[in-house]
Design a protein around this ligand. Structure first.
Ligand code: WT7
Length: 660
């Protein structure tokens, strides 16, 4: 278990936990400011969840909040029907807000596009008509392999409109990763983009998409390509079943598509995420529970109001972007900001320039970004007027108290509450965090479980641990935003999340998120990091097995072990220990080939920080690789017990190589 923050631990031991309170001014205007909400959910569970469902417009009212007869295959608001696109678009137009801005988009070059809810309505309808025209039917999975362009949320909402689940694949993922996901979801439709800009240069995305399509085992019915680059494009000709986005919209100009009435439990989307095996997991989210949950947490935690300008700097290719750029904020009728580029282009003040330009009220980002801002220095935010900000949030990994306080001071001017939100792809939305209008903030600790969330910290036997002791985070009761299963794999769903602490014979199901945690006397939970073989690199989840199998796929590699080492900005960095086959040498060229192999199989985010060649890996007598030791070596820590090793002599040799 890695703490992710050595000095945070030390700090915690040396000084008493500092606490911060939201200002009176914040509390007065907060959507939720009464602590009785916790009691309300406890006493009236699960029916209190109607609070979340009431934020939506239903076509058919549900008669039962929760059906728990088939745990852990829980159903929420099951006989209700609704449409997510209607809830995120049409109803705001109908309610007289057609001219409110839905999406403020900022390109890397500073080019901008603005979509009012009316604009969004028009384009979502036209694209939905286009998708139907291409043959997409209800329940067909449409893969969206797109960068941060407005067409991505438009395509998501168009899919939702016709009841076709989307599967968004992060644009930074490789061609192979795209093919794996399309094969797994049996997806025959792809929406993609010619390219996008990174630090001033156009990137050829379509070449990667086409290569991915070549790796799809089944037929492809149609591909739609957004022209983002214009004259900067790479001149690819569209093939027979490939259509230009603009042409398709032009063919359907003015078309309207009635939102399909979906059952609450119908799939809204699939999102692939990494696990402990080499195979990514297709997390299934549904229409009613997910949308209600993201709307509710956007309302209660992000405190979003329709008149707010809100910015989440994540990429829509991850769950954070799905829940808190697209579905939650748009369901509430807020203005959501999207930015195409990186925080340091053209200068390191880019994000603050955008906050000032759009007078952003609520800002949500990741600790890895905050650590980078800290490193760059406070003069960049100081160049800008950030006084529009009311609330700040973080997500993705533990935030150390120092980074928390820097964010609070230099971005929030000590006036904005900071919510440290713990959640996962699988949970659909935030689970453990303070309610900014209610709770005391404790830097470094995410906070108590949200109302209605039954999170606990337990020992290996499932007993709650004493305050201050490390244990494992579990969630006892279901919640509306939870994943329903892994796509086409109910068995793995149970095995991955419900096998550790559940008692199936007693019909007692406990969700295990694979995080270590500790809890204090006030019930505040501090997340200590993953306890499985999953790394958290810059807030992105990567399976060590996935990276290892990519490395072993490189010619000349016999065996590989990947672990996470502490990294100042990324949180964790990938360290790869590699054994070569006879006749191959650990040269720089070999190391480059390994890095390239990982980039091809997964993408640049998984790139090893260091490749260490070794004749052997430290193994126990039973032949298991001792990863703990490899982690300690990567982190330059004192080594723990090596007496159970079969080959203790190798440890020193590896240590020397890492330090070279
Ligand atoms: C894992 C989930 C949820 C969107 C981003 C990542 C870690 C997430 C926190 C936090 C400490 C956190 C956990 C979790 N994590 N938020 N506030 N404090 N750790 O989604 O890729 O599904 O990863 O991210 O380890 O299990 P994901």
């Amino acid at each position: 278990m890695s703490d992710g923050d050595g000095d945070g631990e030390l700090e915690a031991r040396l000084v008493e936990q500092e606490t911060f309170e939201p200002s009176e001014e914040f509390v007065e205007q907060a959507n939720v400011s009464d602590e009785s909400i916790y009691e309300e959910f406890e006493e009236n569970w699960p029916n209190a969840w109607t609070r979340a469902a009431d934020l939506l417009d239903w076509d058919t009212e549900y008669s039962e909040v929760l059906d728990d007869s088939e745990g852990p295959f829980y159903e929420w608001f099951a006989d209700g029907t609704l449409n997510a696109s209607y809830n995120c678009v049409d109803r705001h137009v109908e309610n007289g807000d057609k001219n409110r801005v839905a999406i403020k988009w900022e390109g890397e070059h500073g080019d901008t596009r603005t979509y009012t809810y009316q604009d969004l309505y028009r384009e979502v309808n036209e694209f939905a008509a286009g998708l139907r025209d291409l043959g997409v039917e209800e329940d067909d999975v449409v893969t969206l392999y797109m960068p941060m362009v407005p067409e991505l949320p438009i395509a998501m909402l168009a899919c939702a409109r016709i009841g076709a689940p989307h599967s968004v694949v992060f644009a930074g993922f490789s061609a192979d990763a795209l093919a794996t996901r399309m094969n797994s979801a049996d997806s025959r439709y792809l929406v993609t983009c010619d390219g996008y800009y990174r630090r001033g240069d156009p990137l050829d995305h379509l070449a990667k998409a086409n290569e991915g399509l070549d790796g799809v085992d089944h037929g492809i019915d149609a591909t739609v390509v957004v022209d983002r680059l214009g004259d900067d494009g790479f001149g690819h000709d569209l093939k027979g079943n490939q259509h230009d986005w603009d042409d398709l919209l032009a063919d359907h100009q003015g078309d309207r598509v009635d939102p399909v009435e979906r059952d609450a439990e119908d799939m809204l989307f699939l999102m692939y995420t990494s696990g402990t095996t080499g195979e990514p997991k297709g997390v299934k989210h549904t229409t009613g529970g997910y949308l209600a949950y993201t709307a509710w947490t956007s309302h209660s935690v992000l405190d979003l109001k329709p008149e707010d300008t809100y910015w989440c700097s994540a990429d829509i290719g991850w769950i954070t972007g799905h829940s808190y750029i697209v579905y939650g904020p748009l369901a509430l009728g807020t203005t959501t900001v999207m930015y195409e580029g990186t925080p340091d282009y053209p200068e390191r003040d880019r994000l603050w320039e955008i906050v000032e330009k759009y007078a952003v009220d609520v800002f949500y980002t990741a600790p890895t970004a905050i650590r980078a801002f800290m490193k760059w220095g406070s003069r960049f935010p100081e160049e800008h007027d950030l006084s529009s900000l009311r609330l700040l949030g973080t997500v993705g990994e533990p935030i150390n108290p120092r980074a928390w306080k820097w964010y609070y001071k230099h971005i929030g001017d000590e006036e904005c509450p900071v919510v440290d939100t713990w959640w996962q792809t699988e949970t659909g939305g935030m689970m453990v965090t303070t309610l900014p209008g209610v709770g005391t903030m404790k830097p470094g600790s995410a906070g108590p479980p949200l109302p209605g969330i039954d999170a606990k910290v337990v020992d290996t036997a499932g007993e709650e641990v004493d305050a201050g002791r490390a244990g494992y985070l579990t969630v006892d009761k279901p919640w509306p935003g939870m994943l329903r299963t892994l796509y086409n794999n109910d068995e793995r769903f149970i095995e991955e999340y419900w096998s550790e602490y559940s008692d199936p014979d007693a019909d007692e199901w406990v969700y295990f998120p694979e995080d270590g945690a500790k809890i204090d006397d006030d019930g505040y939970i501090t997340i200590l990091g993953r306890v499985d073989d999953v790394l958290n690199v810059s807030g992105h989840r990567l399976g060590t097995m996935e990276i290892e199998s990519a490395i072993v796929g490189v010619e000349g590699v016999a065996e590989a072990a990947v672990v996470g080492g502490d990294h100042e900005v990324k949180g964790e960095a990938v360290y790869a220990y590699v054994i070569l086959e006879d006749g191959y040498e650990g040269t720089d060229e070999m190391s480059d080939r390994i890095v390239a192999g990982v980039e091809d199989a997964i993408g640049p985010i998984a790139r090893p920080e260091q490749v260490i060649f070794t004749p052997e890996l430290p193994k126990t007598r039973s032949g298991k690789i001792m990863r703990r030791l490899l982690e300690e070596i990567a982190n330059d820590e004192e080594l723990g017990d090596t007496t159970t090793l079969r080959n203790p002599e190798i440890v020193e040799e590896i240590q020397r190589k890492v330090q070279e």
